[in-house]
Design a protein around this ligand. Structure first.
Ligand code: 2HG
Ligand code: ZN
Length: 468
């Protein structure tokens, strides 16, 4: 229970200023707005304060103080999340990791790097690249998202088909639990069969168990001369046929899709069509092609698929610059539609279930939203679909959210029947909380609550996120 008395807030914040420099305990409206929300825009930020600790000791002191005074804390990274997990709309204290942004250690033998939680993803990627290595967890918000936030949502992105999720790269974590204890989890070990691996509880915990303060991450060798193909596809079934055939013949580092309706939004922002033909769907395939060694295979796959009627047109990148341009057709979609306040779905299925689900979901959405613009895109090679429903200009936000909420129940009923998850990579946060039971049954949620209770007995860590 959070016992927050507004009249006492000034004194409480002064208490924090005793161990964190006053300049880093902010209460101005701009900071509240800036740090009090993520990329979702449904909730109005209303934090009590924004605190920017500079080291682990200050984080620990803050958590202990919050326990003593029953203050709610919202851990905050780059705030690029899409589920409202970093939103502070109930007088919480935002704990921004922004100042804890140092890369602390690099070991070429271990091929690992240790950094503070506030390191921006792209900074880490560049750090690895400068040492001839690669941090392969990648997504459009790489320029702002932070490692701590990535870990807290188990971020996925565009290379999962080859490299897995954030979870697969974390070999060590330092966390301050909701009790204020500092845990040093797994310490970079590859093998460690010494009981429960608490590191994995914190990965994807969305700030509800404690605060991630430091991480050790594996690096790998960079992709060798990656090549990108964009293919124009007539229907959803053909996408799956392409997936099978391309995956069997090439080692893919990405297999993404987007619809013509989605493409139109990035074209409107100034990008060029990949080729003249317009098809209902497009697939983006990426694979390594050192010395052009797989070009012939890719071209013959293209011919075969065209003969089968699975694709109508396509393009293959001739340079890294062109590959990046083609990537933008997919990566820029989310930002290009933000102005329409889309209702976002980020669902996951086993790949074998994707075709049947797609058919049912497509029929449902066409029936229920005949007048709404529904955009399909995502990491279909991972079984991860982003279904975005754009708000019609003449519909107010509340009515739109209500309608989308109703259809979500129907959509998630279908998803549940196919054994899917209501979130693949964006997390539950506030937005998907009402639907968690479609993915986790009550018994399992009971265990989640027990875990929360063990790490955060006073319920101060990001209360109201994932479940109540
Ligand atoms: C992406 O894959 C991001 O582009 C955002 O996960 C997805 O906008 C979305 O729904
Ligand atoms: Zn995504």
């Amino acid at each position: 229970m959070i016992l927050h008395d507004p009249n006492a807030s000034a004194a409480l914040l002064d208490g924090i200023r005793a161990f964190i420099e006053p300049a880093h305990v902010r209460t101005d409206a701009d900071s509240g707005l800036h740090y009090g929300r993520d990329w979702t825009r449904l909730h109005t930020p209303n934090p009590l304060a924004v605190v920017l600790p500079g080291n682990i000791e200050q984080v620990q002191q803050l958590v202990c103080y919050a326990n003593e005074h029953r203050l709610a804390l919202v851990p905050s990274g780059g705030r690029t999340g899409l589920s409202g997990a970093a939103v502070a709309c109930q007088g919480e204290i935002v704990v921004s990791m922004e100042r804890m942004n140092r890369i602390l250690d690099f070991d070429p033998t271990d091929r690992s790097v240790t950094c503070e939680a506030g390191v921006v993803t792209e900074v880490l990627q560049n750090f690895a690249r400068d040492r001839g290595l690669y941090y392969p967890v990648d997504f459009a918000s790489r320029g702002s998202s932070q490692i701590g936030g990535n870990i807290a949502t188990n971020a996925g992105g565009i290379k999962v088909i080859r490299y897995g999720l954030t979870r697969d790269w974390v070999t060590g974590l330092k966390v301050v639990t909701g009790r204020g204890d500092l845990l040093d989890l797994n310490r970079g070990l590859i093998k460690n069969a010494s009981g429960y691996d608490l590191r994995h509880l914190f990965i994807g915990s969305e700030g509800t168990l404690g605060i991630i303060v430091e991480a050790t991450l594996n690096l790998t060798r960079p992709l060798r001369e990656p090549v990108v193909m964009v293919l124009g596809v007539p229907d959803l079934d053909s996408i799956m046929s392409l997936y099978h055939i391309f995956r069997n013949k090439l080692e893919l580092s990405a297999f993404e899709f987007f619809s013509e309706l989605a493409l139109r939004h990035v074209i409107a922002k100034g990008l060029h069509r990949p080729f003249e033909a317009q098809t209902p769907y497009y697939v983006l395939v990426e694979f390594e092609n050192p010395d052009g060694r797989h070009t012939d295979t890719a071209l013959s796959l293209f011919e075969n698929c065209a003969d089968q009627g699975w694709l109508a047109d396509g393009v293959i990148s001739q340079s890294q610059a062109q590959a990046q341009e083609l990537w933008r057709l997919r990566e820029d979609i989310s930002e290009s539609i933000a102005v329409y306040q889309p209702y976002k779905n980020d669902i996951a299925l086993r790949i074998s279930r994707v075709p049947a689900f797609l058919t049912e979901a497509d029929a449902l959405l066409t029936r229920e939203y005949p007048d709404f613009e529904v955009l399909w895109y995502g990491h279909i090679g991972d079984g991860n679909l982003h279904i975005n429903i754009l708000k019609p200009a003449d519909l107010d936000t509340v009515a739109f959210a209500a309608k989308c909420g109703t259809v979500s129940e129907q959509l998630f009923t279908v998803l549940q029947r196919h054994g899917g998850s209501i979130s693949a990579e964006h997390g539950v946060g506030l937005l998907k909380k009402p639907y968690l039971h479609y993915t986790r049954d009550e018994t399992e949620i009971g265990y989640l609550r027990a875990v929360k209770q063990a790490f955060d007995p006073n319920g101060i860590m990001n209360p109201g996120k994932i479940f109540d």
